[in-house]
Design a protein around this ligand. Sequence first.
Ligand code: ASP
Length: 442
Amino acid sequence: MGVKVAKFGGSSVADAIQLAKVKSIIEADPARKYIVVSAPGKRFDGDSKITDLLYLCNTHLEHNVPCDQIFQVIVDRYMAMAISLGVNLDLEKEFVEIREKLEAGEGPDYIASRGEYLNAKLTAAYLGLDFVDAAGLVQFNEKGKFLDEETDKALSEELKKHDGAVIPGFYGTMPNGKIKTFTRGGSDITGSLVAKAVDAVIYENWTDVHGFLQADPRIVKNPHPIGTISYAELRELSYMGASVLHENAIYPVRGKNIPINIRNTNDPDHPGTMIVSSAKPEDDGRVITGIAGSKDFTVIGLHKNLMSTEVGYIKRLLGILEGYNITVEHLPSGIDSVSVVISKKQLKNNLGELLDEIERKLSPDSLEVSHDIALIATVGTGMANRCGTAARLFTALAEANVNIRMIDQGSSEMNIIVGVENRDFETAIRAIYDAFVTETDK
Ligand code: ASP
């Protein structure tokens, strides 16, 4: 029998009621042996996530403001969970140690990681499984770069010794023993690393939604759920803002073709979304798998006569951006023109300086900047080799009166990205959805 890894996100472990659901999910399938948990998340709208409270504590102390009240809220939440679940665990001792390290300035990564650490201890005791700390197993180098091979080896050697275990998500350690966290939502990555290390037959990612939807439900009313999606499609959609799973959670399992199944802890019978190496769109006749996007990009457009004959022109442009540590999202180009699409966040306050440098070093005939651009990706392997997809998309946008500022199509023909004004973002997504999904339904 193959082994399954089940990762439970913050809302799935937010309180004792949720943990009871986790227990019945684990008990329903003996193959679910390795469990990865997030820190307790929000129990209701307006509630706080433990991780946010922990960061807040650290910020208080960095500014020499006492954090006793916030810390007590955290202590109370774990205590209440332990009591309700009837778990016998010396949490007091843990909190004394955390408090000491916090006062000693152990830093934000350490303090944030304690949400997962305590929750994994609690969950392990409740489920009667071993607690296996991620510290020392999930590894980063001294600069904080994640070490893939070392982690895989350490995790698989350790987990072989346990018939079942609960592992805290989100963090690991650097060579000096200091805790290092992934970016927010990083427990998804830990789950994927564990699935890879134990050669799982499936990586189940339990959350509070039924999986991926074809569009953001805040923009499109009742969008269709996505039953099956490929890793590559998901990567495109996550990058562009669809946020059910951490975008880096795909890589560890992808190499081993381990499917990821997004499931809903509050509705465990629902099959959720299956993420696999290649989804077969022909099975359900869909042309597009999903639409996602985000706002607030800046486009810098350069025109220079005979640019195409000048060796290294674009390289020099990219070199200038590298000097500002700016990554380029897209680089649409014409014969004698090129545009760089950059997220506004990346530009910080450097735009003026950056433009001066471009003028000086590249002497373009014209240099134009467009602000407040939104990018929308229409993604689907079903689009490849199919005539008329682009026409349908552009017709839909034209009919919705949306002006397209930029077009980019990946060579795999799996996506078409359009740039529109921020203010047209929602209208454009609805128009594309209607053209491809609603129309197909009719
Ligand atoms: N607890 C962390 C966060 O809130 C990591 C996670 O839940 O995946 O970002």
